[in-house]
Design a binder for this molecule. Structure first.
Ligand code: MOS
Length: 757
């Protein structure tokens, strides 16, 4: 029997494990949602409204309908019934834009679908969509960037249920601020940003009688199933959603958008499979974006740097049709110790497509504001920004009044500062130089919630020594196939390359949403439970099969380690491989089912569960040509046990790259004339590319947080984007003397620098 150390050496957990789906992707064999061919497949192209506020007066489809190869032009009058959907229990029935497409003649945002052309080829469908003529009665679109909050009740409905606008309050923040010896009162603005995954969104839908199957690049196939079942009046078991690979989502593919239901409805009306793939422009109009926010942060402190008051009042933009909540206060109430605090939000309706979750929703814009305020306070107090954070480290989560399950924020700061060389920083603006260029150094902290969704899984042990793990979750490019293989390999003792992974299909056991950085933490207990159940069945087989080496033994006399069954009493035995035992019993396989609950329903949680981190940034400022670029980033992350450091590093690096885009480049701009997002393409909407990305250093602390699951893994998809923009703006201030409080930093801002020559 192996010693525990030998078992550990055999485990793939915590090892750099290359993607098991890598070969399929680089060879082009991985089939994404719109890659599946079907006989008789028709192509659909939506017609986009060219106003952002008004009504359709007349829709002329006659020319389009006459085109050869056109099957139908759908609109309000002929699409058939699409019901509304409602929010259910848990992660069911979530839909941002509740109004079914084509419900009425009202247009609330630019690009809203007003008709759908379906034809034998994509080209014909596109030509037909272009030939549809619409006339409107137009109102002035409200895309006003200044966000004055709408009058709202104290409790508002949101996509995820009711929310109190006063999110958190303790002590007497007004009074404490008024009497604080040191005060800061600043407003920070973050722009609309668009997710821009490389894979375009699209739906291929087909009906078989009353059964609907869709191929869709979804981050949440079971929610997609529950919404579509409601929209088409079907029992859930009649709807199947298949998502084998996703070319990233960043949140835009979490919830169903209007094109999904349109493809399904068109396929129903025509009795043929219909494929509808959006254009890049449509991805800016109808599939969500990060809401614009305006956040006033007020801090009160003692001269030696102890926070006495914190007020975070934020307003975000939402559309006319949704109740999406951009929770900028996500981290505010627990990140630092402060006796007097208030977090409150307001909302402002605009004629824009519905905002939605975008990587690190809420916390990312929120921490940009609060971490920027901390940096400004540090400068005001002439205290090192790292030290200011150390001085305000909380002992417990002061919002929930419970301890953190595992918080190593100070250790992140220490590790990050050391690896960066922070102690050699000279705080004066423009004072650090290298090769005639000015260096700017800045830092900021990060936090992101950690939790579990409910999950189910099966693990199968097979007579050829392989294993299969099945869980109806998704791999959105983050490495979930590989994580599931690692988990099954760990428990069954087979090597990762002998594990078959099945995911992305609602015919599999119900898996978690790929969102909130929670998929990995959620699948661990379910897969472990399933593996243990398969092993328990195997041991029963071992003790009951005639001729088995363990025949007539009791189950608890046996042990299962590294894929073999051992008699506990015989410590020197080599054990018997599970495949041998199955073959002897003439069984192809034995399967175990497992499940785990979510952590949201817990009535009185004992611990507050979050991940933490920080970024240290160096920018280079070339005053002669007013050029600024990020030269170096060191990130330290406390996200529990890291199951796959290769995939983990990749997540943090990707998030930091996105953070460079957030700080310096990304901004969806709405035309005040017609309400159109005018930079709705990848030439005009600028994202960080290789040339913008410096050497990135990622350091994981790797403290297992076993409150969440037996491995102690939290999540790493989003934490890397939290705080980075505040670190970059702080570094920019240090180099240039320009304090930017509205993202992204623009060249016009930098031209105000006193450090220009
Ligand atoms: Mo993330 S915004 O939960 O995909």
């Amino acid at each position: 029997m192996p010693t525990p150390a030998e078992t550990a050496i055999n485990s793939p957990i915590g090892r750099q494990t290359p993607r098991i789906d890598g070969p399929l992707k680089v060879s082009g064999k991985a089939q994404y949602a719109s890659d599946f061919p079907f006989p008789g497949l028709l192509y659909a192209v939506p017609v986009e409204a060219t106003i952002a506020n008004g009504k359709i007066q007349k829709l002329d489809t006659s020319e389009a309908e006459k085109m050869p190869g056109v099957r139908a032009i759908f609109h309000h009058g002929n699409i058939g019934k699409i019901f509304r959907s409602v929010l259910g229990k848990g992660m069911e029935g979530i839909c941002i834009e509740r109004r079914p497409a084509f419900e009425d003649d009202v247009v609330s945002y630019y690009g809203q679908y007003i008709a759908l052309a379906v034809a034998d080829t994509f080209e014909t469908a596109k030509a037909a969509a272009d030939a549809v003529r619409a006339s409107y009665t137009k109102g002035k679109p409200n895309v006003e960037p200044d966000l004055e909050p709408d009058p709202d009740p104290n409790v508002v409905q949101t996509t995820y249920g009711p929310e109190r606008r006063l999110q958190s309050e303790r002590g007497d923040p007004e009074k404490a601020l008024a009497s604080a010896p040191v005060k800061l009162d600043q407003t920070y603005v973050t722009p609309s940003e668009t997710h821009n995954p490389i894979e375009l969104q699209g739906t291929t839908a087909m009906w078989d009688g009353q059964k609907l199957t869709i191929y869709e690049e979804s981050q949440a196939i079971f929610n997609m199933r529950s919404v579509l079942a409601q929209m088409f009046g079907l029992p859930e078991e009649n709807v199947r959603v298949i998502t084998k690979f996703v070319g990233s989502g960043f949140g835009s593919k979490l919830w169903p958008w209007t094109h999904c239901a349109l493809a399904c409805a068109a396929a129903r009306q025509l009795g043929k499979p219909v494929k509808l793939v959006l254009s890049r422009r449509m991805m800016f109009q109808t599939t969500g974006h990060r809401a614009r926010t305006q956040q006033r942060v007020r801090l009160g402190a003692t001269p030696d740097g102890k926070l006495v008051a914190l007020m975070h009042d934020y307003v975000y933009e939402r559309s006319m049709l949704d109740d999406y909540h951009e929770n900028c206060g996500e981290a505010t109430a627990f990140q630092y110790s402060v006796p007097n605090l208030r977090v409150k939000f307001g909302r402002a309706k605009r004629n824009v497509g519905s905002p939605s979750d975008m990587r690190g929703p809420g916390a990312v814009p929120g921490l940009y504001a609060t971490e920027s305020a901390m940096n400004e306070l540090a400068d005001q107090l002439k205290i090192d920004p790292v030290q200011l954070r150390v001085l305000n480290e909380p002992q417990i989560d002061e919002h929930k009044k419970i301890p953190f399950s595992s918080r190593h924020y100070l250790e992140c700061l220490k590790a990050g500062a050391e690896k960066f060389g922070w102690s050699t920083r000279s705080p004066e603006i423009g004072s650090m130089k290298r090769d005639g260029l000015i260096l700017g150094w800045g830092m900021a902290g990060a936090a992101w919630v950690a939790a579990r969704f409910a999950a189910q899984a099966t693990v199968e042990l097979r007579d050829d020594g392989t294993t299969r793990v099945a869980c109806g979750t998704q791999d959105i490019g983050t490495g979930t196939y590989t994580i599931l293989a690692q988990l099954a390999a760990d428990k069954t003792g087979v090597s990762v390359n002998k594990v078959e992974v099945a995911l992305g299909d609602t015919s599999l056991p119900e898996g978690p949403v790929s969102g909130g950085s929670m998929a990995t933490a959620s699948v661990v207990p379910a897969v472990f439970d399933a593996a243990e159940s398969a092993i328990a069945s195997l041991l029963t087989i071992a003790t009951t099969t005639p001729g088995s080496p363990f025949e007539k033994r009791k189950r608890d006399e046996l042990d299962f380690e590294i894929g073999r069954v051992f008699l506990k009493a015989n410590t020197s035995s080599e054990g018997v491989p599970f495949a041998d035992l199955l073959r002897r019993a003439d069984l192809r396989s034995v399967t175990g089912s497992g499940k785990s609950a979510d952590t949201f329903e817990e009535k009185n949680p004992k611990f507050s569960t979050h991940s933490f981190g920080c970024h240290f940034v160096e920018v280079i400022w070339e005053p002669q040509i007013a050029r600024l670029h990020v030269n170096r980033v060191v990130t330290a992350i406390d996200a529990g046990r890291i199951i796959n450091p290769l995939a983990g590093r990749n997540q943090i690096e990707g998030a930091v790259v996105m953070g460079i885009g957030m700080a310096l480049l990304e901004h969806t701009i709405y035309d005040p004339q017609n309400g159109a997002p005018i930079n709705s393409n990848l030439a005009d909407y600028i994202v960080a590319v290789n040339a913008d990305v410096p050497t990135l250093e990622v350091h994981f602390l790797d403290y297992p947080d076993t409150v969440l699951n037996p491995l102690g893994a939290r999540g790493i998809g989003e934490i890397g984007l939290a705080g980075i923009a505040a670190a970059i703006t702080a570094a920019t201030y240090h180099a240039t003397g320009v304090r930017v409080r509205e993202l992204p930093i623009r060249i016009e801002d930098l031209l105000k620098s006193p450090v220009l020559s």
